[in-house]
Design a protein around this ligand. Structure first.
Ligand SMILES: [Zn+2]
Length: 486
């Protein structure tokens, strides 16, 4: 595993040494107070960052000021990027290039997104309170997580699949949780709040309290009662095709942010189990170590997990395999138990995931030639008729989740046994229909006005790109998921 190299000290950084700024540990509304932190160096590699606004001198500023928000955001982003930068394979860089651009206030909206240009955050006034999505470390490190996952596994970006999109959202939440756990003060606070049983709801598990509050004022039920999403939740896996496309936060739907809670909940339960497996009274240092180990597992497992319709079960099986290779069974029971209890892996599947040895030998580098001479393709290009979307006579070219499986595993069925995953074509078709139904596709000027369904007020995550006589349907952003209609 590579460690980040120490940057060379310039005059400016020497001057800043010893200086401090004020920052939030997790969310402005988590109940915590701002803490003093060393001045973050955004341009540090790996995973360099830059904030597009004019630089603000590094000092202690009063909360509520633009200057405070600038440094609180810089500190959270650098903390998240340092965490992932210490774990990613050597040479991993952002998809947009060497430095990730961050716009802390791109205008009036209750939103935040990652596109392949950078991260964007917004502000809006609800009641008399102005909420800045770029002030919350939870929101900042969630969006940063999308950029990290895009660097680690870029093939996920365009894959047309609910489970793949939901995993991207879950990874954003895991990124926020893990970035929070890099602060000794927050680790102590969480151990104290939960009596060292971190699987209980706490400031750590509650993500984006302030943005959640703002969304609930606008549309009751659009966020959980005490935050945007809580990593401690009771959701059991359901086949996404059996779920409605939208619904209140109290129920599980096929909307990717909603569905992401199944994986996040299972992963968080596993994290709590990993900590408990280190002894009955784990320390702040134990929690720090477990957060690093959990990050290592994700970074090891994700590149090897094939993109298929039941993607969560493949990620789960690869996490178990990675655990066997990296930690030799230390965390196996904690991991397997949580994944089975949530139905992410069926009982039958969890009992057959092989341990080290055979699994290590079976692992294929990405793009490798499989036995039989066929070349692995990451996803499968598919052409769908666009007639039903008001674009007569045209085809939509999409990426279906059609990689070759390494483990024959599955998630749980609602009744007994394992779920049968849909073929990649069917999964892609469903996700495309979901996107059009919810108005998530920017049609541009394409299609006849009489037949096309443009949804002028819904947020766009995808767009049509003309390709000869047809269209490619490609992703534009991962956004915060709020679906405004007013
Ligand atoms: Zn997201």
């Amino acid at each position: 595993m590579r460690r980040a190299k120490k940057p060379s000290t310039s005059t400016a950084t020497r001057k800043a040494a010893g200086a401090a700024i004020l920052a939030w540990e997790d969310d402005p509304q988590s109940g915590g107070k701002p803490i003093k932190r060393p001045v973050p160096r955004l341009a540090r590699v790996p995973l360099a960052l830059t904030i597009t606004a004019a630089a603000v001198p590094a000092k202690v500023y009063r909360p509520g000021t633009r200057e405070f928000r600038y440094w609180a955001a810089a500190e959270a982003l650098r903390r998240g990027a340092d965490f992932w930068g210490g774990l990613l394979p050597r040479g991993t860089s952002w998809q947009p290039g060497r430095t990730l651009r961050v716009t802390l206030d791109a205008g009036v909206d209750l939103n935040a997104y990652y596109d392949r240009h950078g991260l964007s955050f917004f502000h809006d006034t609800v009641g008399r309170i102005t909420v800045y999505s770029g002030e919350s470390p939870d929101v900042l490190c969630h969006e940063l997580g999308h950029a990290v996952l895009d660097a680690l596994r870029p093939e996920l970006w365009d894959a047309m699949s609910v489970e793949v999109a939901a995993f991207h959202e879950s990874f954003g939440d895991l990124s926020a949780l893990l970035a929070g756990l890099q602060l000794p003060s927050l680790r102590r606070a969480v151990l104290s709040e939960t009596g060292a049983r971190i699987g209980r709801s706490s400031r750590l598990s509650r993500l984006a309290e302030q943005l959640g509050w703002a969304l609930r004022q606008i549309l009751p039920g659009s966020a959980e009662p005490d935050c945007l999403r809580n990593a401690v939740n009771p959701f059991f896996y359901r086949a996404p095709e059996t779920l409605p496309p939208s619904g209140p936060a109290s129920s599980l739907t096929a909307e990717p942010h909603s569905f992401s809670r199944v994986f996040t909940g299972g992963w968080f339960e596993a994290l709590a189990g990993m900590l408990a497996s280190r002894g009955s009274s784990p320390t702040e240092a134990d929690l720090g170590q477990v957060s690093l180990d959990a990050g290592r597992l994700l970074v090891d497992a994700i590149p090897a997990a094939p993109i298929v319709a039941d993607y969560l079960s493949q990620v789960a099986a690869h996490l178990i395999e990675s655990e066997a290779v990296l930690f030799r069974g230390q965390y196996r029971d904690a991991l397997k138990s949580a994944l089975v209890r949530r139905g992410i892996l069926s009982l039958q599947a969890a009992s057959v995931v092989p341990g080290p040895g055979t699994a290590t030998r079976a692992r294929q580098p990405r793009g490798a030639t499989l036995a039989g001479g066929s070349t692995e393709t990451h996803t499968r290009r598919l052409s769908l008729s666009a007639d039903q979307f008001g674009l007569e006579g045209r085809a939509l070219v999409v990426e279906a989740p059609g990689e070759v499986r390494r483990f024959e595993v599955a998630s749980a069925a609602e009744g007994l046994g394992s779920r049968t995953a849909p073929p990649p074509e069917q999964d892609a078709r469903r996700f495309v229909e979901y996107l059009f139904r919810r108005g998530r596709v920017d049609l541009g000027a394409h299609g006849r006005a009489e037949t096309r369904i443009a949804h002028p007020f819904a947020r766009k995550t995808h767009q049509l790109v003309p390709q000869a006589a047809d269209f490619a349907l490609v992703r534009r952003t991962f956004d915060c998921g709020f679906d405004p209609t007013s």
